[in-house]
Design a protein around this ligand. Sequence first.
Ligand SMILES: Nc1ncnc2c1ncn2[C@@H]1O[C@H](COP(=O)(O)OP(=O)(O)OP(=O)(O)O)[C@@H](O)[C@H]1O
Ligand SMILES: [Mg+2]
Length: 452
Amino acid sequence: MAEVKFENVTKAFGETVAVRDLDLEIHDKEFLVLVGPSGCGKTTTLRMLAGLEDTTKGRIYIDGKDVTFLPPKDRDIAMVFQSYALYPHMNVYDNMAFGLRNRLISTGMKQLRAGVTLVMWLIVIAIITVLSQVAGMIFGKPFYSMMMFGGIGAFFLALSLYPDFRLTLTWKGMIFLSRYSNLARDYIRIEKTIEERVKWAAEILEIPELLKRKPRQLSGGQRQRVALGRAMVRQPKVFLMDEPLSNLDAKLRNSMRAELASLQSKLEITTVYVTHDQVEAMTLGHRIAVMNKGVIEQIGTPDEVYSRPETLFVAGFIGTPTMNFIRGKIESDQNGLKLVSPGISLLLSESELGKRYQQLKQYTGKDVVLGIRPENVKIETEVEKAASLPGIVTFVEPIGSVTNLFFEIGRGEKITVSVEGYRKIGRGDSSTLFFPYDMMHFFNPTSGKRIC
Ligand SMILES: Nc1ncnc2c1ncn2[C@@H]1O[C@H](COP(=O)(O)OP(=O)(O)OP(=O)(O)O)[C@@H](O)[C@H]1O
Ligand SMILES: [Mg+2]
């Protein structure tokens, strides 16, 4: 169980207000994506939740507990950064184990481990000395010196070349000691738990064969998995991810995206994921929060945000190609309402728009912005329940499964139309554009808010 709540949270860096009066509730097991353009305050929001940044105002709760002033280590969260932040000198296993070790292994255990290491070394040196003495007695004095220097040299060479050797020595010492010391016994138990968890995470991420490698011996995608693994091993209440896929190439990003989504639903850990990529947001999030200039403009399921954007910003930010906007005045004559702008007159049908027609009526004589998505504009011959306008093709962009057609309507107003497959239409051709009434969005240009 882990719910997260931001209550009226503000963060200012001097004059810059990075996050303003943020109210946000993230449900248990939810995958919430925070999306918005660069500099809108996404990372700052995440860092405040992680405890890496103080809040200027407001409260943050995890599971109903006020964590606003708790240090990061007491918040039970794990963060995956864009840069992965792996330790280059540690192998994958230790990188993944690091956070958990830090949390579970006490200072006393560390001191005990260091002591055991020293004792084990002394024992090895003592064995070398004894063997050298014996060799000296049997074969003469030169053999003593040879065995002694050679043995100690080889021992230290092995220590520096094979870290596993050093670890094995310490481990053996700790196991021996665990018969007599509770502290050593706890240490062994914790290391076994860590091993289980690292292996569990490595299995899920399909990287068990990489555990002994150093980060520099890994590809970008593999490093990314290790960074994820490190967070998984902690089994935290909340995962925080700051653009974890942005360093990957497009193909890998797509496949990792799908893996992340299935991983999150398997682990059922509340996740807050930050990205500026709206496709990533739409495909990953149970809900997405669209942020602009430090404020969340809309929060909802991908479908809600796509089909009913509450502000002009959200309408323009979500969806590719971007939604078309036509700014015009609502005028009324004997045929009813029209949206009028230079060279354009679009009939607004009362019977088709229904209740929305009444809302638009209140804007008679005022400016509104009509928004319509490129995939919703039709150019087929005759579409029912749609307003129509003539347009001229200025550019054709075939991109495989769809073709983007760029039209000019009225006096130079640009409209993009996305059609499936390939169209035999070229620059300079004219066509009628149909705008289905149920796909129209109307906004107030002054407040930027949705009218209907
Ligand atoms: N330590 C800081 N000191 C001063 N200003 C900061 C600091 N950190 C962030 N800011 C400012 O706060 C605003 C929000 O920054 P933030 O890093 O949260 O943006 P973001 O949404 O994560 O952007 P991006 O997508 O580029 O990562 C920006 O204007 C940024 O310049
Ligand atoms: Mg950021």
